[in-house]
Design a protein around this ligand. Structure first.
Ligand code: FES
Length: 341
């Protein structure tokens, strides 16, 4: 999913002992690494103490703490019924990224011991849907594969449509070929002309379907536009990185100064232009967990009591936004925002 820190020199293998702080909740060993394409590896993670991992539902992701202090969030792509035994993630190497995926590919081998966070899930299946349309662009297929396992186990009707540049770029192709639900899978390649697009699949979905999608920015924009007439509760998505903000209102909001009140600490803090609420809180000694700093991972969600947040995240539902704010990226429409801290 998302890059977090600034560019990292990977010419020397980072050492876990160089990490400023040992973070993460669970210590795991990488027990299997599988190369799927020139750019995509999958990694199986198991606890080193042999205890079960926390169970989690399809759509969950974990933060992986890499040697050298990098932290990256990756969606779980395995069968959710097996998550207490092992987590599985798939990572696409982004050579122009900021180092996390390159570090995974260059340094993480079978036997490596790493720390991971507890799983979080902001991309859940709706269990009352008459049909589930899963649309994955590129490596965005990973959480949808986990959803396909879960839906198959439930006997729920679904279609998994995967869009990739070409056959040689297809993520998790062996899983898609061999899964017991492979009859529900459609694969579309950019280099093979086809009348089918994510938009045509949305337009032709059975009545009442729920759509779930994950992929690169252009793919996300295309599918969100295609779903515009659908009720929000039937549209579920997860971004790799924050969508580009182009509108003037967003730029104005970034420039606004406002105040946060920490209700339980009885403290007031100014949030200036150019600083996030999270940065202001951390500067005042308030611990806030931030991983993506782009409103996509959910690590910084904080309950609020009053005020009108200007939500900038893409990870919360409207119901969640009524009670929580992503302090890494939110601003405030009201002069004061009162947090339950
Ligand atoms: S740090 Fe990821 S949502 Fe705020």
């Amino acid at each position: 999913m998302s890059p977090i820190n600034t560019a990292t020199d990977l010419s020397v293998q980072p050492n876990a002992s160089n990490s400023p702080v040992a973070r993460g909740d669970l210590t795991i060993r990488v027990t299997r690494v599988v190369r799927h394409t020139d750019e995509i590896n999958s990694y199986v993670l198991q606890r080193i103490d042999g205890l079960p991992l926390p169970a989690c539902e399809a759509g969950a992701h974990v933060d992986v703490h890499l040697p050298g202090g990098l932290v990256r969030s990756y969606s779980l792509c395995g069968d959710p019924t097996l998550t207490t035994e092992a987590y599985e993630i798939a990572v696409k190497r982004e050579d122009s990224g900021r180092g996390g995926s390159r570090a995974m590919h260059m340094w993480v081998r079978e036997g490596e011991i790493l720390r991971i966070g507890m799983p979080r899930n902001h991309f859940r299946l709706a269990h009352d849907a008459p049909h589930h349309l899963l649309l994955g662009g590129g490596i965005g297929v990973t959480p949808l594969v986990s959803m396909a396992h879960a839906l198959h186990a439930l006997g729920a009707p679904f279609t998994l449509a995967v869009f990739a540049r070409s056959a040689r770029h297809l993520a998790l192709s062996r899983v898609l070929d061999q899964a017991p639900w492979r009859g529900n899978v459609q694969v579309h390649f950019d280099d093979v002309p086809s009348p089918t697009s994510p938009a045509t699949l949305v337009a032709n979905a059975p009545a009442g379907s729920h759509a779930y999608f994950c992929g690169p920015e252009g793919f996300m924009t295309h599918v969100r536009n295609a779903c515009q007439a659908w009720p929000a509760e039937r549209v579920h998505f997860e971004y790799f990185s924050a969508p580009v903000k182009a509108d003037a209102a967003s730029a104005r909001s970034e420039a606004d100064v406002f105040e946060v009140v920490l209700a339980r600490r009885q403290q007031r803090l100014q949030v200036p232009a150019g600083k996030s609420i999270a940065q202001v809180l951390q500067g005042a000694g308030v611990a806030v967990d931030t991983v993506c700093e782009q409103g996509i991972c959910g690590s910084c969600l904080t309950p609020y009591l009053s005020g009108t947040p200007d939500h900038q995240d893409t990870c919360m539902t409207e119901a969640e936004r009524a009670t929580h704010v992503a302090v890494c990226c939110a601003r405030s429409h009201s002069p004061t925002l009162t947090l339950d801290l």
